[in-house]
Design a protein around this ligand. Structure first.
Ligand code: KG4
Ligand code: ZN
Length: 345
């Protein structure tokens, strides 16, 4: 029996990506090629992703990236069993580019098409990297999402918590912008925080103590603005202290929210011998937050799984894998009439 082989395409935000991934008969996943082109430079002057620029950059890069992915995997389109492309959620222009390209290839090569939910890609990555079995909890923290998701099985997810306003990555980006730090803000805030005093400012920890598992970060951003405007001129030390205090507030918020999530998982799945929390999204790069989550997992007896950073942020290998999981389970592929969806919970 030979492994299943799939071509994956990702264009939902500001990364153009293509990958070829295998699923061996024993269920093991293998990434044979994985190319990502970041548009960071095209957008950095604007302090955020500009949808129209993103869509045009995907058009320019995607064909070459797909060729490159096939070349590196030493396969032709005739050798793949299916095509998987992100169909949402995300920026509609980019989604159109990727999904239309996927459809055209599927049609021309006579292969089935899997229209993949980007969040499902993130949710299933830990099965590709760590062979994790269901059920498990996943925390997705990126520029666009902050969600705690119960992953029960392929296509079977339950959202336990989400942000009621800003995404966590967005809070990092806005904090950086307020303080005059470069975009993307997350790495800049983390770096500045290294020399700061996390106790100097007492920033709010929204929803801490509440039973429902949602998040809120817009109040935190407002408090950062107030702190920043109350001191003039801001010294480098002030900026470092604000960043450290901001990260501290986020850390404590996550500790409370995720701690409750882990306890709820224990209640519902007492029989799972070794429960796991998986983290994904760009914010998962943050060492302080990682430390907080690791400590929390140790306390609750959970495995803490953080896939390699390259697979935590946007990539096509996770989209390919989500397609493979459906293919392997014999789930139906998608019609070529499937439309992209900018919103797709
Ligand atoms: O997953 P991602 O690369 O892209 C999407 O949002 O789809 O996440 C990007 C987000 C940005 O908001 C960025 O500021 C944040 O992740 N980020 C970080 C760090 N590195 C990236 N946030 C906190 N600490 C970091 N080290
Ligand atoms: Zn993503």
């Amino acid at each position: 029996v030979r492994p299943l082989r799939i071509l994956g395409i990702e264009t939902s935000c500001d990364e153009t990506a293509a990958a070829v991934v295998l699923r061996h008969p024993d269920g093991r996943g293998e990434i044979v090629s994985d190319v990502v082109l970041s548009q960071l430079e095209e957008h950095s002057a604007y302090g955020g992703v500009v949808p129209e620029i993103a869509a045009r950059a995907h058009v320019e890069a995607l064909d070459t990236l797909i060729e490159e992915a096939l070349l590196r995997a030493k396969v032709s389109l005739a050798d793949v069993d299916a095509i998987a492309a992100t169909a949402g959620p995300g920026l509609i222009g980019g989604l159109l580019v990727g999904l239309m390209t996927g459809k055209a290839i599927a049609r021309a090569a006579g292969k089935p098409l899997y229209a993949v939910n980007h969040l499902e890609g993130h949710a299933l990555t830990a099965r590709l990297t760590d062979g994790l079995s269901f059920p498990y909890l996943m925390l997705l923290v990126s520029g666009g999402h902050t969600q705690l998701i119960l992953v029960r099985g392929v296509g079977n997810y339950e959202r336990w918590g989400t942000t009621i306003d800003d995404a966590l990555g967005e809070a990092f980006d806005k904090t950086a912008k307020l303080l005059g730090l470069p975009y993307p803000g997350g790495p800049a805030v983390e770096k500045a925080a290294l020399t700061g005093n996390p106790e100097r400012f007492s920033f709010p920890r929204p929803l801490v103590g509440e039973v429902r598992l949602d998040f809120s970060f817009s109040g935190l951003k407002t408090a950062v603005r107030q702190a920043a405007t109350s001191i003039a001129p801001l010294t480098e030390q002030d900026i470092a202290d604000i960043c450290a205090s901001f990260q501290n507030a986020v850390s404590r918020t996550l500790k409370d929210r995720i701690g409750r999530g882990l306890a709820r998982f224990r209640e519902e799945f007492g029989s799972v011998a070794k429960p796991a929390l998986v983290v994904a999204g760009g914010v998962a790069a943050n060492q302080v937050l990682r430390g907080t989550l690791q400590a929390l997992c140790n306390k609750h007896g959970f495995d803490f799984i953080a896939p390699p950073l390259r697979l935590c942020t946007d990539n096509a290998a996770m989209i390919a894998w989500a397609g493979l999981e459906r293919l392997a389970e014999g789930l139906p592929s998608d019609d070529l009439a499937t439309a992209p969806r900018s919103r797709w919970p």
